[in-house]
Design a binder for this molecule. Structure first.
Ligand code: SAJ
Length: 425
């Protein structure tokens, strides 16, 4: 048994710490927030992720996990802190949390320790930034300290399952570093442990999310083509995806979260002249909220509407995370550029702007605008709609099952109907 310390107890760090603790390792989870630390030690989880609360209770009872605000000596240090974008030309990586986390463990490092960076970082960061920090303390990476970049690849909502089952890329600064990393993750990961160089691991992680961002941009561009040419593009995507080698993703109000909307910029900032496609895809996805607001206004004009009810603020379905959420951007644009009364309902998110009660949110409304595919929105009942003044629904996430509904339903597939109806008014 070895002692592991995870720095950062967020969406990735906490489930990772708990998974190691469940495998029998002694784990100390460190976070700068004393509130999070004290809650975790009492068995209270500060984020919504299936299974995490149960797992915390289990490892607290086993005595294999505790949270703390200060690092201490350990065999393995895993850094899982945020790496947001900076507000510069190419939205490059803001290293402040990674730098602080690495600095905080340096005084506790001993020969033979392994340091693993799980945070998403630009290509070459491990070698050009982290390695010199460790070596400035008199260690030689690869001999005294094993340094690894092991990007997390889990999907919010399925984190615990994917942590265990997904393949992991173990990027070592040296071969020995990668082998050390493999030994550590092998304690609970059942997927393939792929040995690589640290820089390859960094770029692979970034390109996985960039691939997805570009693919979603194709779907979003297709929505605009469909609007122009009056063709149902949801049908087009469905059929195209029946080709054995085609998988177009789903269009929506934009791309949110702390991965797809962030990571591609790290590649762009690292090599701006060579990333035209990545930059264009980012621009297409970032402009989707503006397109959705434009269509919403057209529809509201057509129906002489006064009140909109937004369903969903989270960046995707069945989670409480609103980071980079396109729904927040749609809300902001609607507030800034229209005089509609707006109510917002999201059963997963808790912030002030929300109406807690669904009927209150729908009362006297002319249009429901679905921006997140929460399971709760699959079936909105006739009783729910009965609170509305007019029954219109614009579903940007293809979530509502509308076949037997009394509501006037619009999707991104047949969004061209909005302009056609405007002409016939
Ligand atoms: N989205 C679409 N259309 C789609 C799929 C997603 O518009 O067809 C939108 C979602 O609504 C959301 C955004 O894209 O706003 C991102 O959602 P997501 O489910 O694609 O991904 P994340 O950001 O929750 O998690 C991703 C995952 N990466 C990949 O699937 C390649 C996950 O495996 C990574 O671990 C995670 O990023 C990360 O941390 O990097």
């Amino acid at each position: 048994m070895s002692k592991l310390m995870t720095i950062g107890l967020g969406y990735i760090g906490l489930p990772t710490a708990l998974s190691f603790a469940k495998s029998g390792e002694e784990v100390v989870g460190v976070d700068i927030s004393s509130e999070i630390v004290s809650q975790l030690n009492q068995g209270i989880v500060h984020l919504e992720e299936p299974g995490v609360a149960e797992l915390l209770a289990e490892v607290l009872a086993d005595g294999t996990f505790r949270a703390s605000t200060t690092p201490e000596q350990a065999d393995v240090f895993i850094i899982s802190v945020p790496t947001p974008n900076q507000n510069d030309k190419y939205h490059s990586c803001d290293f402040q949390y990674v730098d602080q986390a690495v600095q905080s463990i340096l005084p506790f490092l001993q020969k033979g320790n392994t340091v693993i960076i799980e945070s998403t970082i630009p290509p070459k960061t491990t070698v050009n930034r982290i390695q010199p920090m460790i070596e400035s303390y008199g260690f030689v990476v690869g001999e005294d300290i094993y340094l690894v970049h092991c990007p997390e690849r889990v999907l919010p909502g399925k984190i615990l399952w994917e942590l265990r089952r997904n393949n992991r890329i173990i990027g070592g600064v040296t071969k020995r570093c990668a082998e050390k990393g493999k030994e550590i993750y092998g304690k609970f990961v059942e997927g393939e442990l792929i040995l690589a160089g640290a820089s390859e691991a960094e770029l692979s992680k970034l390109m996985e999310n960039t691939y997805r961002d570009i693919n979603i941009a194709i779907a979003n561009e297709l929505v605009k083509v469909g609007d122009d040419l009056e063709i149902d593009v949801l049908k087009v995507i469905e059929m195209a995806n029946k080709h054995p080698r085609v998988h177009i993703h789903q269009p929506g109000p934009g791309v949110g979260g702390h991965c797809l909307a962030v990571d591609p910029y790290f590649v762009v900032a690292a090599s701006p002249e060579n990333t035209e496609l990545i930059q264009t895809a980012r621009a297409i996805n970032s402009n989707m909220p503006t397109f959705i607001v434009q269509k919403t206004k057209q529809l509201m004009d057509n129906i002489c509407g006064k009140k909109i009810t937004i369903f969903g603020l989270a960046y995707k379905g069945n989670i409480d995370d609103i980071r980079e959420s396109p729904a927040i951007e749609v809300l902001r644009l609607l507030k800034e550029t229209t005089n509609y009364e707006i109510s917002v309902y999201d059963p997963h998110v808790q912030i002030d702007q929300l109406t807690q009660n669904k009927s209150d949110a729908l009362r006297n409304s002319d249009l429901v605008l679905i921006l997140t595919d929460h399971a709760e929105f699959k079936q909105i009942t006739e009783a729910d709609f009965s609170h509305m003044k007019q029954r219109y629904l614009l579903d940007t996430k293809q979530v509502y099952e509308h076949s037997n509904s009394s509501v006037h339903y619009y999707s991104l597939g047949d969004i061209s109907r909005i302009k056609q109806e405007k002409l016939s008014v």
